[in-house]
Design a protein around this ligand. Structure first.
Ligand code: RM4
Ligand code: MN
Length: 392
């Protein structure tokens, strides 16, 4: 047993280095296909989204970057947007391409049977790399809605071929420090066969592309009961885990706050990350949120989500690895399980409060934000204009 104060110090040191990236779209209006309930004070531009994200960072201290979605966050001058971010203490992070909201994409984007549509989609992906050049972003995150609804609708093999060709062109265009992150999703909007439905398909494409092509695990993109931590362990071992899109699901791709539906699953995932060396900044794993706050206020929901990731990480760091390995070697099934559960059952909130105090922050970010008056200010100031949302 290591001395508890030594354990605490090393847990805090690791937590201090962790970075969690916020999605710009979490700050805009969102909803379901049934209804989008707008909220007062919602940003009208990418600039205002970055200001809101900066609040999350100001109160948590670990969320200094913001992912953009193009064209939702399209601006005339990306270097200026990056400067605006820096002026507010944050930076532009991952660039997300969007090739799923144009009429042309009814039958897919880069896997579309029509070469004209494929070219248009590819041009957009290449334009996203131009954005990365202007913002200094490291990662291009690609998610494709491509797929088919009916057997026979299109050739599964031909679609894979088209996908591979387009991805190769994008990969070729990347600068030396830039990476391509390929995201998979089981179903929706395609209901019969999604072209990148699982980690195996994403991994196969990444292997063909090169070592800067990595897989993104969106925690909401699996069938119920999928052992996500196992996927994480395998990708980490293969050196192909690019990052996470964190969120939680009760049913399908619910995009609810990470750690809300199943904090134990989040802990198990973070345990594999820690065990596989994925927490070290040099591992280059992007810990991103990909969420929508349809009925709850958005900035506090992002703060809560960051805290949930931190709590799961802290618990994962508390796993007594020596005791765990000894129990595993000795075949002590219950003993090994108990080591994991001991860590999971620890209340890490006081430790995180201390860490924040050491960083010069309030120990309770939710309360600090509520007291700050920012929520009231944006409601009063953001009058007129068009609120941001999906498609805006
Ligand atoms: C997709 C996927 C992408 C996200 C969009 C909004 O389902 O998760 O990562 O950018 O939704
Ligand atoms: Mn995602």
């Amino acid at each position: 047993m290591t001395d508890p104060s030594t354990v605490k110090a090393s847990v805090k040191a690791a937590l201090r280095q962790q970075r969690i990236e916020l999605p710009s779209w979490a700050f805009g209006n969102s909803g379901t296909r049934f209804k989008v309930f707008t909220q007062p004070g919602v940003p009208r531009s990418a600039y205002e989204k970055l200001q809101d994200a900066a609040q999350v960072h100001a109160h948590t201290g670990v969320a200094p970057s913001v992912a953009l979605h193009i064209p939702w966050d399209a601006v005339d001058d990306y270097a200026d947007l990056a400067k605006h971010a820096a002026d507010h203490g944050v930076q532009v992070g991952t660039i997300n391409a969007n090739v799923f909201q144009d009429d042309d994409y009814k039958l897919g984007s880069i896997a579309n049977p029509d070469p004209r549509v494929r070219r248009k989609a590819l041009e957009h992906l290449l334009a996203c790399v131009d954005v990365m050049d202007a913002t200094g972003s490291r990662d291009l995150k690609l998610w494709f809605a491509d797929g088919t609804n009916y057997p026979g609708q299109d050739s599964i093999r031909a679609r894979q071929e088209r996908l591979a060709q387009a991805l190769a062109e994008v990969y070729e265009r990347l600068g030396p420090g830039q990476r391509l992150l390929l995201e998979y999703k089981l179903f929706e909007p395609a209901f019969y066969a999604t072209d990148v439905p699982d980690w195996g398909t994403a991994h196969a494409h990444c292997l063909a592309l090169g070592e800067r092509a990595l897989v993104v695990v969106d925690t909401g993109h699996h069938a119920p009961g999928t052992n996500i931590e196992m996927i994480v362990a395998l990708l980490l071992r293969a050196g192909r885990l690019g990052g996470f899109d964190f969120n939680s699901r009760f049913y399908a791709d619910d995009d609810l706050m990470v750690g809300a539906a199943d904090p134990f699953q989040l802990f198990r995932i973070m345990h594999e990350v820690v065990a596989g060396g994925g927490l070290a900044p040099e591992a280059g794993i992007a810990f991103m949120l990909d969420q929508c706050h349809n009925v709850e206020p958005k900035i506090p929901a992002q703060i809560r989500s960051v805290m949930n990731v931190q709590e799961a990480t802290a618990k994962a760091l508390l796993v007594d690895t020596t005791a765990l390995e000894a129990a595993q070697r000795a075949g002590e099934v219950l003993g090994a399980n108990a080591v994991l559960m001991d860590a999971y059952s620890t209340d890490v909130r006081p430790l995180l409060g201390e860490l924040r105090t050491e960083l010069g922050l309030e120990p309770d970010p939710m309360a600090a934000y509520a007291r700050s008056g920012y929520a009231e200010r944006i409601v009063a100031e953001r009058v007129g204009g068009t609120q941001a949302g999906w498609g805006a």
